[in-house]
Design a protein around this ligand. Sequence first.
Ligand SMILES: C[S@@+](CC[C@H](N)C(=O)[O-])C[C@H]1O[C@@H](n2cnc3c(N)ncnc32)[C@H](O)[C@@H]1O
Length: 332
Amino acid sequence: MVSAAPVTGKPEALLGWMTSLGDPTRLRLLRLLERRELGVADLCHALGLPQSTVSRHLKVLADEGWVDGRAQGTTRLYRSTAGEGDPGARKLWLLAREQTERWPAVEHDRLRLDRRLAGREPGAASFFAGAAGKWDELRSQLYGHGFTQAALLSLLPPGAVIADLGCGTGQAAALLAPYVSRVVGVDQSAAMLKAAQRRTKALPNVELRRGELTALPIDDASVDGALLVLALTYVEDAARALREMARVLKPGGRGVVVDLLRHDRDDFRRQMGQLGLGFETDELKGLMTGAGLTAVTVRAVPPEEGAKGPALILAAGARAEGSDSTTGRTKR
Ligand SMILES: C[S@@+](CC[C@H](N)C(=O)[O-])C[C@H]1O[C@@H](n2cnc3c(N)ncnc32)[C@H](O)[C@@H]1O
Protein backbone atom coordinates (compact mmCIF):
# COMPACT_ATOMS: atom_id res chain seq x y z
CA MET A 1 0.00 0.00 0.00
CA VAL A 2 1.36 3.44 -0.88
CA SER A 3 0.93 4.73 2.64
CA ALA A 4 4.05 6.71 3.47
CA ALA A 5 3.25 9.32 0.83
CA PRO A 6 1.22 12.41 1.66
CA VAL A 7 -2.49 12.65 0.86
CA THR A 8 -3.59 12.49 -2.82
CA GLY A 9 -4.01 15.79 -4.61
CA LYS A 10 -1.11 17.46 -2.84
CA PRO A 11 1.81 18.23 -5.16
CA GLU A 12 4.26 16.45 -2.86
CA ALA A 13 2.26 13.19 -3.12
CA LEU A 14 2.54 13.08 -6.91
CA LEU A 15 6.16 14.22 -6.88
CA GLY A 16 7.04 11.55 -4.30
CA TRP A 17 5.46 8.79 -6.40
CA MET A 18 7.04 10.03 -9.60
CA THR A 19 10.50 10.37 -8.07
CA SER A 20 10.40 6.91 -6.55
CA LEU A 21 9.05 5.30 -9.73
CA GLY A 22 11.29 7.38 -11.99
CA ASP A 23 14.14 4.92 -12.21
CA PRO A 24 14.47 1.94 -14.58
CA THR A 25 15.90 -0.38 -11.92
CA ARG A 26 13.02 0.35 -9.54
CA LEU A 27 10.47 -0.25 -12.31
CA ARG A 28 12.15 -3.58 -13.15
CA LEU A 29 12.06 -4.57 -9.46
CA LEU A 30 8.37 -3.77 -9.23
CA ARG A 31 7.60 -5.73 -12.42
CA LEU A 32 9.18 -8.81 -10.80
CA LEU A 33 7.68 -8.27 -7.37
CA GLU A 34 4.16 -7.93 -8.76
CA ARG A 35 4.49 -11.55 -9.91
CA ARG A 36 5.51 -13.01 -6.55
CA GLU A 37 7.22 -12.39 -3.25
CA LEU A 38 11.01 -12.50 -3.65
CA GLY A 39 14.19 -12.21 -1.64
CA VAL A 40 17.10 -9.90 -2.44
CA ALA A 41 19.25 -12.77 -3.79
CA ASP A 42 16.58 -13.70 -6.37
CA LEU A 43 16.19 -10.07 -7.40
CA CYS A 44 19.98 -9.61 -7.75
CA HIS A 45 20.14 -12.72 -9.94
CA ALA A 46 17.24 -11.66 -12.15
CA LEU A 47 18.49 -8.11 -12.68
CA GLY A 48 22.18 -9.05 -12.79
CA LEU A 49 22.95 -6.32 -10.25
CA PRO A 50 24.92 -6.35 -6.97
CA GLN A 51 23.13 -6.65 -3.65
CA SER A 52 24.09 -3.13 -2.56
CA THR A 53 22.35 -1.63 -5.64
CA VAL A 54 19.22 -3.75 -5.30
CA SER A 55 18.94 -3.07 -1.55
CA ARG A 56 19.32 0.68 -2.13
CA HIS A 57 16.48 0.71 -4.66
CA LEU A 58 14.28 -1.53 -2.49
CA LYS A 59 14.69 0.94 0.35
CA VAL A 60 13.45 3.81 -1.83
CA LEU A 61 10.47 1.71 -2.94
CA ALA A 62 9.70 0.64 0.64
CA ASP A 63 9.98 4.22 1.97
CA GLU A 64 7.48 5.40 -0.63
CA GLY A 65 5.18 2.43 0.03
CA TRP A 66 5.52 0.62 -3.32
CA VAL A 67 6.83 -2.57 -1.68
CA ASP A 68 6.40 -4.30 1.62
CA GLY A 69 9.04 -6.49 3.26
CA ARG A 70 8.84 -9.22 5.88
CA ALA A 71 11.49 -11.28 7.61
CA GLN A 72 11.70 -14.98 6.86
CA GLY A 73 14.49 -16.65 8.82
CA THR A 74 17.68 -14.81 8.00
CA THR A 75 16.34 -13.31 4.76
CA ARG A 76 13.81 -10.64 3.96
CA LEU A 77 11.07 -11.21 1.40
CA TYR A 78 9.55 -8.37 -0.59
CA ARG A 79 6.24 -8.06 -2.38
CA SER A 80 4.77 -5.31 -4.50
CA THR A 81 1.99 -3.19 -3.01
CA ALA A 82 1.83 -1.02 -6.13
CA GLY A 83 -1.71 -2.05 -7.04
CA GLU A 84 -3.01 -1.26 -3.56
CA GLY A 85 -3.58 1.91 -1.63
CA ASP A 86 -4.02 5.42 -2.96
CA PRO A 87 -6.02 5.52 -6.24
CA GLY A 88 -3.69 8.23 -7.64
CA ALA A 89 -0.62 6.12 -7.01
CA ARG A 90 -2.40 3.11 -8.47
CA LYS A 91 -3.17 5.03 -11.68
CA LEU A 92 0.45 6.09 -11.99
CA TRP A 93 1.57 2.52 -11.46
CA LEU A 94 -0.84 1.21 -14.11
CA LEU A 95 0.62 3.70 -16.58
CA ALA A 96 4.19 2.69 -15.67
CA ARG A 97 3.20 -0.96 -15.94
CA GLU A 98 1.70 -0.50 -19.39
CA GLN A 99 4.69 1.49 -20.64
CA THR A 100 7.22 -1.09 -19.36
CA GLU A 101 5.31 -4.05 -20.81
CA ARG A 102 7.59 -4.33 -23.85
CA TRP A 103 10.84 -3.24 -22.26
CA PRO A 104 13.51 -5.78 -23.24
CA ALA A 105 15.09 -5.57 -19.77
CA VAL A 106 11.76 -6.52 -18.16
CA GLU A 107 11.49 -9.59 -20.43
CA HIS A 108 15.11 -10.62 -19.75
CA ASP A 109 14.60 -10.25 -15.96
CA ARG A 110 11.51 -12.46 -16.17
CA LEU A 111 13.35 -15.16 -18.15
CA ARG A 112 16.29 -15.20 -15.71
CA LEU A 113 13.97 -15.36 -12.71
CA ASP A 114 11.84 -18.14 -14.22
CA ARG A 115 14.94 -20.21 -14.87
CA ARG A 116 16.17 -19.73 -11.31
CA LEU A 117 12.80 -20.56 -9.78
CA ALA A 118 12.16 -23.60 -11.98
CA GLY A 119 14.36 -25.73 -9.75
CA ARG A 120 12.26 -24.73 -6.75
CA GLU A 121 8.92 -25.94 -8.05
CA PRO A 122 6.96 -28.02 -5.50
CA GLY A 123 8.56 -31.44 -5.40
CA ALA A 124 11.70 -30.32 -7.23
CA ALA A 125 13.79 -30.19 -4.09
CA SER A 126 12.89 -33.70 -2.99
CA PHE A 127 13.23 -34.98 -6.57
CA PHE A 128 16.74 -33.64 -6.96
CA ALA A 129 17.73 -34.67 -3.44
CA GLY A 130 16.52 -38.23 -3.97
CA ALA A 131 17.57 -41.16 -6.12
CA ALA A 132 16.49 -39.44 -9.34
CA GLY A 133 18.69 -36.43 -8.60
CA LYS A 134 21.62 -38.71 -7.79
CA TRP A 135 21.14 -40.39 -11.15
CA ASP A 136 21.51 -37.03 -12.98
CA GLU A 137 24.85 -36.46 -11.27
CA LEU A 138 26.03 -40.05 -11.70
CA ARG A 139 25.00 -40.01 -15.37
CA SER A 140 27.36 -37.14 -16.19
CA GLN A 141 30.10 -38.41 -13.87
CA LEU A 142 30.11 -41.80 -15.59
CA TYR A 143 29.41 -40.86 -19.18
CA GLY A 144 29.91 -37.09 -19.58
CA HIS A 145 27.50 -34.65 -21.28
CA GLY A 146 28.12 -34.94 -25.02
CA PHE A 147 26.39 -38.25 -25.70
CA THR A 148 22.88 -36.80 -25.36
CA GLN A 149 23.75 -34.32 -28.12
CA ALA A 150 25.11 -37.21 -30.22
CA ALA A 151 21.87 -39.13 -29.72
CA LEU A 152 19.78 -36.11 -30.75
CA LEU A 153 21.95 -35.48 -33.83
CA SER A 154 21.39 -39.12 -34.82
CA LEU A 155 17.73 -38.26 -35.30
CA LEU A 156 18.76 -36.37 -38.46
CA PRO A 157 18.30 -38.30 -41.71
CA PRO A 158 21.82 -39.60 -42.59
CA GLY A 159 21.40 -38.49 -46.21
CA ALA A 160 20.66 -34.88 -45.28
CA VAL A 161 22.58 -31.90 -46.68
CA ILE A 162 22.79 -29.03 -44.17
CA ALA A 163 23.84 -25.42 -44.77
CA ASP A 164 25.54 -23.59 -41.88
CA LEU A 165 25.03 -19.95 -42.84
CA GLY A 166 27.44 -17.54 -41.17
CA CYS A 167 29.35 -20.62 -40.03
CA GLY A 168 32.11 -18.68 -38.22
CA THR A 169 34.76 -21.06 -36.90
CA GLY A 170 32.64 -24.07 -37.87
CA GLN A 171 31.42 -25.28 -34.48
CA ALA A 172 28.01 -26.38 -35.74
CA ALA A 173 29.43 -27.74 -39.01
CA ALA A 174 31.91 -29.94 -37.11
CA LEU A 175 29.19 -31.25 -34.79
CA LEU A 176 26.81 -32.03 -37.63
CA ALA A 177 29.21 -33.58 -40.14
CA PRO A 178 29.43 -37.11 -38.64
CA TYR A 179 25.63 -37.46 -38.74
CA VAL A 180 24.67 -36.19 -42.21
CA SER A 181 25.85 -36.64 -45.76
CA ARG A 182 27.21 -33.12 -46.31
CA VAL A 183 27.56 -29.76 -44.56
CA VAL A 184 28.03 -26.55 -46.54
CA GLY A 185 29.42 -23.70 -44.43
CA VAL A 186 29.17 -20.14 -45.75
CA ASP A 187 30.83 -17.08 -44.26
CA GLN A 188 32.06 -13.74 -45.56
CA SER A 189 35.13 -13.66 -43.34
CA ALA A 190 38.34 -15.24 -44.63
CA ALA A 191 39.72 -15.42 -41.07
CA MET A 192 36.64 -17.27 -39.78
CA LEU A 193 36.71 -19.66 -42.73
CA LYS A 194 40.40 -20.39 -42.10
CA ALA A 195 39.58 -21.33 -38.49
CA ALA A 196 36.63 -23.42 -39.71
CA GLN A 197 38.92 -25.16 -42.20
CA ARG A 198 41.33 -26.10 -39.41
CA ARG A 199 38.51 -27.37 -37.23
CA THR A 200 36.92 -29.51 -39.95
CA LYS A 201 40.00 -30.72 -41.85
CA ALA A 202 39.41 -34.32 -40.79
CA LEU A 203 35.78 -34.15 -41.96
CA PRO A 204 35.72 -34.65 -45.75
CA ASN A 205 31.99 -33.99 -46.02
CA VAL A 206 32.32 -30.35 -44.86
CA GLU A 207 32.58 -27.86 -47.68
CA LEU A 208 33.34 -24.22 -46.85
CA ARG A 209 32.43 -21.39 -49.20
CA ARG A 210 33.12 -17.70 -48.96
CA GLY A 211 29.97 -15.69 -49.53
CA GLU A 212 27.29 -13.25 -48.44
CA LEU A 213 24.23 -14.21 -46.41
CA THR A 214 22.15 -12.00 -48.70
CA ALA A 215 23.44 -13.70 -51.89
CA LEU A 216 24.28 -17.26 -50.89
CA PRO A 217 26.66 -19.24 -53.10
CA ILE A 218 24.27 -22.22 -52.88
CA ASP A 219 21.88 -23.53 -55.55
CA ASP A 220 18.10 -23.16 -55.26
CA ALA A 221 16.30 -25.94 -53.35
CA SER A 222 19.51 -27.90 -52.72
CA VAL A 223 19.70 -28.37 -48.92
CA ASP A 224 17.49 -30.23 -46.44
CA GLY A 225 18.21 -27.95 -43.51
CA ALA A 226 19.77 -24.55 -42.90
CA LEU A 227 21.17 -22.99 -39.73
CA LEU A 228 21.65 -19.27 -39.17
CA VAL A 229 23.18 -19.06 -35.71
CA LEU A 230 24.15 -15.71 -34.17
CA ALA A 231 24.68 -14.18 -37.62
CA LEU A 232 21.42 -12.43 -38.57
CA THR A 233 22.15 -9.58 -36.19
CA TYR A 234 25.18 -8.67 -38.36
CA VAL A 235 23.17 -8.36 -41.57
CA GLU A 236 21.72 -5.04 -42.70
CA ASP A 237 18.86 -6.62 -44.65
CA ALA A 238 17.63 -9.43 -42.41
CA ALA A 239 14.54 -10.07 -44.56
CA ARG A 240 16.72 -10.68 -47.60
CA ALA A 241 19.02 -13.06 -45.71
CA LEU A 242 16.00 -15.08 -44.60
CA ARG A 243 14.62 -15.14 -48.16
CA GLU A 244 17.99 -16.51 -49.23
CA MET A 245 17.80 -19.18 -46.54
CA ALA A 246 14.33 -20.16 -47.78
CA ARG A 247 15.52 -20.17 -51.43
CA VAL A 248 18.27 -22.76 -50.83
CA LEU A 249 15.98 -25.10 -48.83
CA LYS A 250 14.32 -27.99 -50.61
CA PRO A 251 10.51 -27.97 -50.26
CA GLY A 252 9.86 -29.39 -46.80
CA GLY A 253 13.40 -28.50 -45.65
CA ARG A 254 13.76 -26.78 -42.30
CA GLY A 255 15.44 -23.49 -41.47
CA VAL A 256 16.54 -22.61 -37.92
CA VAL A 257 17.59 -19.18 -36.69
CA VAL A 258 19.23 -18.47 -33.35
CA ASP A 259 19.82 -14.86 -32.52
CA LEU A 260 19.54 -12.39 -29.67
CA LEU A 261 16.22 -11.68 -28.04
CA ARG A 262 15.51 -7.93 -28.19
CA HIS A 263 17.57 -6.27 -25.44
CA ASP A 264 18.64 -2.79 -24.49
CA ARG A 265 22.37 -3.26 -23.89
CA ASP A 266 23.75 -0.91 -26.50
CA ASP A 267 27.24 -1.20 -24.97
CA PHE A 268 27.10 -4.97 -25.63
CA ARG A 269 25.89 -4.40 -29.20
CA ARG A 270 28.76 -2.02 -29.93
CA GLN A 271 31.34 -4.28 -28.30
CA MET A 272 30.20 -7.21 -30.47
CA GLY A 273 29.89 -5.10 -33.62
CA GLN A 274 26.23 -6.07 -34.03
CA LEU A 275 23.90 -3.94 -36.13
CA GLY A 276 20.76 -4.25 -34.01
CA LEU A 277 19.54 -5.00 -30.51
CA GLY A 278 18.17 -8.45 -31.35
CA PHE A 279 14.65 -9.46 -32.36
CA GLU A 280 11.24 -9.57 -30.73
CA THR A 281 9.36 -12.85 -31.14
CA ASP A 282 6.61 -11.33 -33.34
CA GLU A 283 9.18 -9.54 -35.46
CA LEU A 284 11.22 -12.68 -36.16
CA LYS A 285 8.08 -14.69 -36.81
CA GLY A 286 6.99 -12.06 -39.36
CA LEU A 287 10.40 -12.11 -41.06
CA MET A 288 10.46 -15.93 -41.27
CA THR A 289 6.91 -16.08 -42.61
CA GLY A 290 7.62 -13.24 -45.03
CA ALA A 291 10.58 -15.23 -46.37
CA GLY A 292 8.20 -18.01 -47.36
CA LEU A 293 8.70 -20.35 -44.40
CA THR A 294 5.67 -22.09 -42.92
CA ALA A 295 4.74 -23.60 -39.55
CA VAL A 296 7.09 -21.07 -37.97
CA THR A 297 7.71 -21.41 -34.23
CA VAL A 298 9.61 -18.82 -32.22
CA ARG A 299 10.65 -19.12 -28.60
CA ALA A 300 12.77 -17.17 -26.15
CA VAL A 301 15.69 -19.18 -24.79
CA PRO A 302 16.34 -18.35 -21.12
CA PRO A 303 19.96 -17.40 -20.45
CA GLU A 304 22.06 -20.23 -19.05
CA GLU A 305 23.48 -19.93 -15.55
CA GLY A 306 26.60 -17.78 -15.79
CA ALA A 307 26.00 -16.67 -19.42
CA LYS A 308 26.90 -12.99 -19.69
CA GLY A 309 25.17 -12.11 -22.97
CA PRO A 310 21.47 -11.32 -23.49
CA ALA A 311 18.87 -14.09 -23.72
CA LEU A 312 18.51 -15.77 -27.10
CA ILE A 313 15.63 -16.35 -29.46
CA LEU A 314 15.15 -19.50 -31.52
CA ALA A 315 12.97 -19.65 -34.61
CA ALA A 316 12.28 -22.62 -36.86
CA GLY A 317 10.18 -23.08 -39.96
CA ALA A 318 9.83 -25.21 -43.07
CA ARG A 319 9.92 -24.34 -46.75
CA ALA A 320 6.43 -25.09 -48.03
CA GLU A 321 6.09 -28.26 -50.12
CA GLY A 322 5.51 -27.26 -53.74
CA SER A 323 6.87 -23.73 -53.31
CA ASP A 324 8.65 -21.87 -56.10
CA SER A 325 12.42 -22.35 -55.90
CA THR A 326 13.29 -18.69 -56.45
CA THR A 327 10.57 -16.87 -54.54
CA GLY A 328 9.81 -19.44 -51.84
CA ARG A 329 6.09 -18.78 -52.53
CA THR A 330 3.71 -21.71 -52.83
CA LYS A 331 2.80 -22.50 -56.47
CA ARG A 332 -0.88 -22.27 -57.36
C1 LIG B 1 29.01 -14.36 -34.17
S1 LIG B 1 29.56 -15.25 -35.52
C2 LIG B 1 28.65 -16.74 -35.31
C3 LIG B 1 29.31 -17.89 -35.99
C4 LIG B 1 28.64 -19.24 -35.84
N1 LIG B 1 27.37 -19.30 -36.49
C5 LIG B 1 28.53 -19.64 -34.40
O1 LIG B 1 27.42 -19.84 -33.93
O2 LIG B 1 29.57 -19.78 -33.74
C6 LIG B 1 28.79 -14.48 -36.90
C7 LIG B 1 29.38 -14.92 -38.21
O3 LIG B 1 28.58 -14.41 -39.27
C8 LIG B 1 29.43 -13.96 -40.29
N2 LIG B 1 28.72 -12.91 -41.06
C9 LIG B 1 28.25 -11.74 -40.59
N3 LIG B 1 27.65 -11.05 -41.57
C10 LIG B 1 27.72 -11.82 -42.68
C11 LIG B 1 27.28 -11.63 -44.02
N4 LIG B 1 26.63 -10.53 -44.38
N5 LIG B 1 27.53 -12.61 -44.90
C12 LIG B 1 28.21 -13.73 -44.52
N6 LIG B 1 28.65 -13.95 -43.28
C13 LIG B 1 28.41 -13.01 -42.36
C14 LIG B 1 30.65 -13.42 -39.57
O4 LIG B 1 31.79 -13.39 -40.41
C15 LIG B 1 30.80 -14.42 -38.43
O5 LIG B 1 31.63 -15.49 -38.77
